[in-house]
Design a binder for this molecule. Structure first.
Ligand code: CA2
Length: 147
């Protein structure tokens, strides 16, 4: 059974508690439940993590190497700033999907730049919490067509 790490960056622990007009009312615990249920349905093992610390996110990405099959990453604001996360994905040699709840391209200019997209298989944004299960399907389909 393939295994995915679904990794969430800074401030996403606040999901569902503030700015519902931008990020919705679903909490990160709800999202985790949705991902685990979807993993059971499609036959994928799910590891789900969140950290507010760049180094901890890098460690989590390194930890996938040779152990898991896909990375789904909502790096939050680090998406737009972090060369270190980009390098971590390259060094882990794991296919990655960049994920955002909001449509970052319809928002401020500074959210249009992504370091993660350069090393990602693809990007999913703008579908709210549903984007997480869409990303799981997309990763599974990517792994199947790559075989
Ligand atoms: O849309 C996304 O998923 C983002 O990754 C969210 C980041 C933002 O910096 C990115 O540009 C797009 C912000 C995460 C903050 O999450 C909060 C959730 C609820 C309340 C407050 C912050």
């Amino acid at each position: 059974m393939p295994g995915f790490l679904i990794l969430n960056g800074p401030n996403l622990n606040l999901l569902g508690t503030r700015q519902p007009e931008v990020y919705g009312r679903t909490t990160l615990a709800d999202v985790e439940g949705m991902c685990r249920a979807h993993g059971e349905k499609i036959g994928v093992g799910v590891e789900f993590e969140q950290s507010n610390h760049e180094g901890a996110l890098i460690d989590a990405i390194h930890g996938t190497r040779g152990r898991l099959d896909g990375l789904i990453l909502n790096a939050g604001a680090y998406t737009h700033t972090s060369l270190a996360l980009m390098d971590a994905i390259s060094s882990a040699e794991i296919p990655a999907i960049e994920l955002h709840l909001s449509n970052v391209h319809a928002r401020e200019e500074f959210r249009h730049k992504s370091y993660i997209a350069r090393v990602a298989v693809g990007v999913i944004c703008g579908f709210g919490a549903r984007g997480y299960t869409l990303a799981m399907d997309a990763m599974l389909s990517h792994l199947e067509t790559r075989k």
